[in-house]
Design a protein. Sequence first.
Length: 427
Amino acid sequence: MGLAIDGVGQSGAAIDLRSLGANVMRILISTGIFPNGVHPHRGVYILRQAVALTQWAQVKIIAPVPFVPGFVRSGRYSSYAQVAANGNIEGIEVIYPRYYIIPKVFRFLHGVFLEWSVTKTFERIAQEFRPDVIVGFFAFPYGFATVRIAQRLGIPVVTGVLGSDINVMAKRGIRRRMIGWTLTSSDRVFSVSRALREKAIELGADPGRVIVVPNGIEKGRYATCSRSEARSRLGVRGDPRLVLCVSNLVPVKGVDILVRAFSQVPNEVLLVVIGDGDERERLRRLIEELGLGHRVRLVGAKPPEEIPLWMSASDLVVLASRAEGHPNVVLEALASGRPVVATRVGGVPEIISSENLGVVVDPEDPSALAAGIRYAFSRSWDEDAIRQEGQKRTWDDVAREILGEINQVTNREMDQSARPRWTARTP
């Protein structure tokens, strides 16, 4: 059974909302990158896609979390013990099955452990929900396990690649081969950028099945107040030139490069870094070593509803990543009417497609990043034009394109035995 809705997917799939009737598409989404009661900010962009899809389809989520014994009270994974087995987020039922994992050891086995741990959950949900398609976001370990299970269940399967799953995990070794198998075995691969699509094809994915579906933004969420009002509400004193960075504090995000760049930025410019992660303490020490404590502030993670306010309060948004997929923070900055200085990685140049939207510089180069920031402050920007460009694409647009492609997948008969099955010798 397929679905048609008004509009056209990127590959030209016809869509007609009026055809819904009682035969509504049922989509089962599988990903470990999803909000839960303990980590409400995790994978919010996937939640936004899921919510948009519910306008035209029934959606259910399986979001596996690592198994942690209840007596474990400390460590990175300890908080997962508090995640409930079931939840409901914005009207979507979410199941949080546990999977066994040995952190940082034999990482190529994480997909296999995940498959073994959650297969019975998938079988139960498939029998109850009877999905027309399973969509697994993030190629490894979640995509790998999802494709393996979907093959056994005889359900069409789509894999969504987001960035680090291809840019970092697929660099070498057995994981690279497992990710390549996942992509070649999927009925469709959704890529958030053209750059990531090319890497998926390099891993063996059929070019005709790799569809670029860039991320979107929430309509009406950004640019809802003036800069002065936002600063007043946030308690920003004075009238500093404010640079904002919203990022996980992990090596691939290059926040260390941004901190080093700030030693070459005028003293009156203030940097606020929103986010948390394993690099926090190292970044704090770096800020002290460079004598930047008075104008570089690590303010920790903030709730998603507060981020638009910080965007409005800023003069400039910066992203210094070493690798990227299709960073939502850049979309959100533009939707807020703020120019962006970002590194030339992944889908960033596809978003900052005009010099009137921001500045793109080489990665791993603090001097180039500092020069980009100085240049951005030296020129004037049409913030209204930036905002209009940034608000063009919404999550509803994303949902329409996804459904257009899924419609083709579910209408197409396919010999299940022709799909390759994973073995360690897969090229």
